[in-house]
Each structure stands twice: as structure tokens, then as C-alpha cells.
Design a protein around this ligand. Structure first.
Ligand code: DC
Length: 228
């Protein structure tokens, strides 16, 4: 039997891939993997358990004992770590930066690999991250690489965090996004890059609806071809 089809959506912070992934998964009734949340959860647990963010072996062992649960779907999803609701805590920028740091360690990426692949279930999976199409699901039927200018991404992130009640500063966000881009694209292990067979979409001047329509159109063509 063929494994469940995967739609991989990769791209830099704030490109809108999270929102896009949620919408596409909802429309297709597919499962959703927010892989960034797994890196954030690992970073959060490391801080909680006083594990150094450069201690590869201890971090990999930590991943193996994490009890992670996602409850609900879409924007209403709640993330539980060892029974504690950390939905909000893992979203702050400090946690994102710590996640970006530990994401450069190959032992951490290796430990998270099986966990991510376990999300692949019928009828299909939309996987959102940095290396979904290049490393985790190289056989994905559709690979999207979503980008936007750093300025536009900072603006979107600003609005998103403000709406959630966080106290944020646009200039600081832009600097953080640029620093994170730099680290995510320069790291030696699974750097942020478009797969050779990815479709690159620059969403700087596009609405989320326009991007969503484009991806759903591709999904209609390719998923049909897979089941034929
Ligand atoms: O998508 P996000 O902002 O929640 O991700 C947080 C960090 O985790 C990001 O800076 C890089 C890392 N990450 C990664 O290296 N690979 C992934 N597949 C997802 C996230």
C-alpha cells in the first residue's frame, strides 16, 4: 500500500507557511505537522530541565522522553508537554531563538526525525517546517517553498503577536528574523533551502487566500495523479 501523501511546506520564519499549512490541512481534511513546535518544545524542555543548549547527547535523550500532545485543530490547537499546557509559552521569540539554536545540532534533528514521520497517516499530511521536503519527507507529492521579504515577514509576525496580546517591537522583530534566517540557512545540518523539486512561491505581494488557492489547485492535480 502506498504511504499517505504528504504536502511539504517549507520556508523562513514569518513567511505565512503556518497559516497556509493549517488552511490546506483543513480544506483537504489532512493531518497537520507543525515541526517548528517540536523544536520549540525541545528548547522549552531544555530550559525547564536545565539542559545546556549545546549538550547534544543530553538534548537527544531529552527528546526521547518528551510526552507531547496536540489537542484540537487549526488555530484552536493546544500543545501539552508532560501534561502542562505550553501553547503560549513556546510561541514567544526567546523560545523561537532557542529552538533555532538547538536546531543546528544533528543529534537533536536525528532524534526528532522518527517523531515527525509518525505524523504521516491516512488520508494525508500537511507538514510545515524548514526541511520537510528536503529531509523528513523527500517523497512528498507537493513541495512548496514559501518566502517573503524580511520586512514583510516582520510586519506579519508583529501583527500576529500583537493580536495574541504579546508586547512587541517591530524593529526588534526584524532584527530577530534576520538573525534567525542567517542561522537557519547557514547551518551545516539540514539548512533551510528549497528542495530541487520544490515550487517556490514569493508571498510578499500575495494574500494568504491567493497562496492557498494556488496550493489547493496543485493538490487537486497531483493528488488525483497519485490515486489514479
Ligand atoms: O517555524 P518556527 O518558527 O516555529 O520554528 C522554530 C525554529 O525551529 C526555527 O528557527 C528553526 C527550527 N526548525 C527547524 O530547524 N526545522 C524545522 N523543520 C522546523 C523548525
Amino acid at each position: 500500500m502506498n504511504p499517505a501523501p504528504v504536502i511539504a511546506i517549507d520556508g523562513p520564519s514569518g513567511s505565512g507557511k503556518g497559516t497556509l499549512a493549517v488552511r490546506v490541512a483543513e480544506r483537504l481534511s489532512f493531518h497537520l505537522l507543525d515541526s517548528g513546535a517540536l523544536y520549540r518544545l525541545t528548547a522549552y524542555a531544555a530550559l525547564r530541565d536545565s539542559v545546556g543548549d549545546d549538550d547534544e547527547a543530553a538534548l537527544a535523550a531529552l527528546v526521547a522522553r518528551l510526552a507531547i500532545k496536540f489537542h484540537g485543530a487549526g488555530d484552536a490547537v493546544r500543545v501539552l508537554l508532560d501534561g502542562e499546557d505550553v501553547t503560549r509559552a513556546i510561541r514567544d521569540e526567546a523560545c523561537g531563538m532557542a529552538a533555532s539554536r538547538i536546531a543546528g545540532l544533528s543529534a537533536v534533528r536525528g532524534a526528532l526525525l522518527a517523531l515527525q514521520r509518525n505524523f504521516r497517516r491516512a488520508p494525508g499530511l500537511v507538514a510545515d517546517g524548514r526541511d520537510m521536503g528536503t529531509v523528513v519527507f523527500p517523497d512528498a507529492v507537493i513541495k512548496i517553498f514559501l518566502t517573503a521579504s524580511a520586512q514583510e515577514r516582520a510586519q506579519r509576525r508583529y501583527k500576529q503577536l500583537k493580536d495574541k496580546g504579546f508586547d512587541v517591537n517591530l524593529r526588534a522583530l526584524l532584527e530577530e528574523i534576520e538573525a534567525r534566517d542567517q542561522r537557519d540557512t547557514q547551518r551545516t545540518v539540514a539548512p533551510l533551502t528549497a528542495a530541487d523539486d520544490a515550487i517556490v512561491i514569493d508571498s510578499t505581494a500575495l494574500s494568504i487566500e491567493q497562496v492557498q488557492d494556488r496550493v489547493l489547485e496543485l493538490a487537486a492535480q497531483r493528488l488525483q495523479a497519485v490515486t489514479d
